[in-house]
Ligand binder design. Sequence first.
Ligand SMILES: [Zn+2]
Length: 160
Amino acid sequence: MEAVADLREWMTLYYNVTNFIHLSTSSSRQTVSCTTTLSEISNMQLKVLESSPIYRVIATVKEMKTDEFYYNACINVVNARQCGKKTTRTADGWFCNYCNFESANMEFKYALKMCIEDSSSHVWAIAFQEATQEIVGMSAKELATIYMELAKTNKIKHTS
Ligand SMILES: [Zn+2]
C-alpha cells in the first residue's frame, strides 16, 4: 500500500508537468477515444480500418530491435502522396511491387520494432517514421548511415 501511496503522490505532483512523448502525429486529425492499458488493448482484437478508433496508452520503451529499424521506401508520388512502401533492390535501383515503379533512388524510413510496457502488460509494436524520429531525434537516413558505417568496420553485427 505504501507503493500505491507513493505512486499517487507522484501522479499528483508530476503528471501534468512530465513530458510524455505523443507518438500519434500521423493520425493527429482523429480524436483519441480514451486512455487505456496495454493489457486491454491486447484483449480487444483490434482490426485496422479506415475509421479505427484511436487509443492512448502511457507506456515506457523496454527494448528495441536495433538491427532492423529502417526500410528502403518507394519515392514514387501517387495522387500527390509519396507511396512510401518497401522496395526491393534491383540491378539498377529500387523496385516497388505496390505501385510497380522502379527508381535509382529510395528514401530511408523508420520502422522500429520496440517492446513497450506499462503496469498491466508489455507488447511488441512498430513505430513508423514520425514516431521514431520523435524518439531518436534524427532522421532515418542519418541513423542508417551511422549504423552502416559501424557495420562496415565490424563495430556492430549487421544481420540484413
Ligand atoms: Zn511504390
